[in-house]
Design a binder for this molecule. Structure first.
Ligand SMILES: *Cc1c(COP(=O)(O)O)cnc(C)c1O
Length: 368
């Protein structure tokens, strides 16, 4: 039995005819950039997300960068973000000369610990970037309350949470701006790189679009310094097909997660992922807290089961963000999670037989 961390090929085979047709029609049209499929996709995603404005771009990191550029921040301005995240979040902040200010995370939900945010706010703080990690939303209400009290902007990193809702609102549509990624292994993945920026504010949407398009509204009239960040027509055509299946994909991920929960609950040495109170979970990852994590990973590997550590080094201990670094011990939860987290295979094609084999192997590691 072959078990994959992600089964993109199996997922493709189910919708092969539709995908192949979509790709071929882009080839036939040769409208590889700015073809009609791009507009179709941003409109469909917009309606999926409850009619927020959607601007397509080249990847999720660009989406974050363009979002930060649209806020009009000045070098040295501070941006608060969680220490346990994919480093792209901190990278774009540092790249723009802003100062990332890390914050510890919640031990149960793995998302930013909202009780730690207020004491990080200074005169220079301008924005908060909650990351909806592994597929469920950070606790947005208290974050928005702080943001409104201190006049801060919020940018939601929804790269892992497309389709998840917080109190009925889609992730990415709650703060001033949301960003997401269509990297192939994300819940809504294309066949290459892709990303999008989301906002409910029409003025911001116009600025975001302009920044992503070389700072121009009218061709060759550059009002501000922008970037070149586009979603290819081919990727948009693929995403048009896959968006129709997104809810079904999320259901399959949830079924796999429930299977894991049931089998692994109460096993000594393991903490199964907690469900946040006000959010649905789309299980971009199914992430355990595991004692003897590294030994478990090696054991699973020896039994043909892949697993991945997201993320082995907390952001505040990365040399790249040294200017914002805090000594080891500053964020005990993020540091402990880096030692304990392990993500099990999670995708839309997992069979009961595979899930059963994975669970019984995990259990046999702890119970012998
Ligand atoms: C994947 C991811 C990104 C970056 O997306 P890319 O498309 O790879 O640039 C940013 N933030 C988080 C939380 C991610 O998981």
């Amino acid at each position: 039995m072959e078990i994959r961390m992600v089964d993109l090929h199996g997922q493709y085979l189910r919708i092969k005819a539709e995908i192949d047709h979509a790709i071929q029609s882009v080839v036939d049209s040769t409208a590889f950039i700015k073809g009609k499929e791009v507009k179709q996709f941003t409109e469909s995603l917009s309606s999926y997300l409850g009619n927020a404005h959607v601007i397509a771009c080249a990847n999720g990191t660009d989406a974050l960068q363009i979002a930060m550029m649209a806020l009009g921040l000045k070098p040295g301005d501070e941006v608060i973000l969680p220490a346990h995240t994919y480093p792209a979040t901190a990278e774009v902040i540092a790249l723009l000369g802003l100062t990332p200010v890390f914050t510890d995370v919640d031990a149960d939900t793995f998302n930013i610990d909202v009780s730690q945010i207020e004491k990080k706010i200074t005169r220079r703080t301008k924005a908060i970037v909650p990351v909806h990690l592994y597929g469920q939303c950070a606790d947005m209400d208290p974050i928005l309350e702080l943001a409104s009290g201190y006049k801060l902007k919020t940018v939601e990193d929804a790269a892992q949470s497309i389709g998840a809702t917080y109190k009925k609102s889609h992730s990415g549509t709650i703060g001033d701006i949301g960003t997401t990624s269509f990297f192939p292994t994300k819940n809504l993945g294309c066949f290459g790189d892709g990303g999008a920026i989301i906002t409910r504010d029409a003025q911001l949407a116009e600025n975001l679009l302009m920044i992503a398009n070389h700072g121009q509204k009218k061709k060759y009239h550059h009002e501000i310094v922008g970037v070149n960040s586009r979603l290819d027509t081919m990727q948009a055509a693929i995403l048009n097909v896959k968006l129709k299946y997104l809810d079904e994909y999320q259901r399959k991920r949830n079924e796999a997660a429930s299977y894991y929960d049931k089998a692994l609950k109460g096993v000594d040495g393991i903490g199964i992922p907690a469900r946040a109170e006000n959010s649905t979970h789309v299980f971009h990852q199914y992430t355990l807290r595991a004692t003897r994590r590294d030994d478990l990973k090696t054991y699973l590997q020896s039994k043909g089961i892949p697993s991945i550590i997201y993320y082995p080094v907390p952001a505040h201990l990365q040399p790249a963000y040294r200017q914002a670094s805090a000594p080891e011990g500053t964020f005990p939860v993020a540091e402990q999670l880096a030692k304990e987290v392990l993500s099990l295979p999670m995708h839309t094609e997992l069979t009961e037989e595979q899930l059963d084999y994975i669970c019984s192997t995990v259990i046999s590691f702890y119970r012998g």
